[in-house]
Ligand binder design. Sequence first.
Ligand code: HEC
Ligand code: HEC
Length: 231
Amino acid sequence: MYNRGAFQEERFKIVDLSMKRFRRAPTLSVLALAAAFAASFFAAELRAQQDLAAAGQQKSTTCAACHGPDGNSVTTMWPSLAGQHTSYAVRQLQAYKDGERADPGMRGFAATLSEQDMLEISAYYAAQTISVKGADPALAVRGERIYRGGIPERGIAACIACHGPRGNGNPLSGYPRISHQHQDYLATTLRDYQSGARRSDATLNQMMRNVAELLLEDEIEALASYMQGLN
Ligand code: HEC
Ligand code: HEC
């Protein structure tokens, strides 16, 4: 015979059971699932980066003649690319192609590259390690003072605000790494911002031209030496 009371009781049991399972779920399955998802996401991301870099290495043989097979360049006038942020390097290659950076040699090389080539080669160099260099102690003290504090009375911003205490820059904001870069290249490119020969900061409110145009020649030399030795 149909027993209404027993039927209701059975239904409550079922509801109660599923509620228990529901309450336990976050501590077990959901967390495990989230962890597994995160792990596979990061593994896939890492693999994608490695694939990009491997393809970039194949395409970097022309570049290696000047920038070195591992991104440590051969002379002090040629910038090292090792450890430089991918997004920044890609933007510079585009700037050579578009004529926002004046170097005729680099303009020629950049013109032969597709967007994918630029991404792959830059990812390869970003994964390399830049060689550690020193600063001239006679210049570095003054360089450090400007790098860390700017020159407020002349409206010169502190470099540390964007390039960071260790000169690592910030890839998300488009700030390049400048530590251990060759001082000769650093000084030359600061003069290029000053003269307007380098306009690759056009989409970034001309922030480097605004800083560089206020610097005196001996301040450029001091800063370049300090940045080369920055650790
Ligand atoms: C003949 C030597 C030479 C070769 C080959 C060469 N470069 Fe360059 N590269 C330079 C010089 C010199 C500069 C700096 C020019 C300037 O002052 O703007 C430079 C600058 C760069 C920069 C900007 C670096 C920075 O810190 O802003 C990137 C990126 C770059 N090169 C990538 C490449 C890639 C990729 C290749 C190969 C397709 C390549 N270069 C081939 C000499 C070379
Ligand atoms: C407001 C942020 C900001 C400040 C402050 C700043 N920079 Fe920069 N710097 C940038 C950005 C952004 C770039 C890249 C611009 C481009 O794409 O040309 C850059 C590029 C450079 C480069 C070129 C690196 C290369 O590999 O070619 C040098 C050198 C440099 N900065 C030195 C300095 C020095 C020295 C100071 C202080 C006197 C300074 N910066 C202050 C944002 C800043």
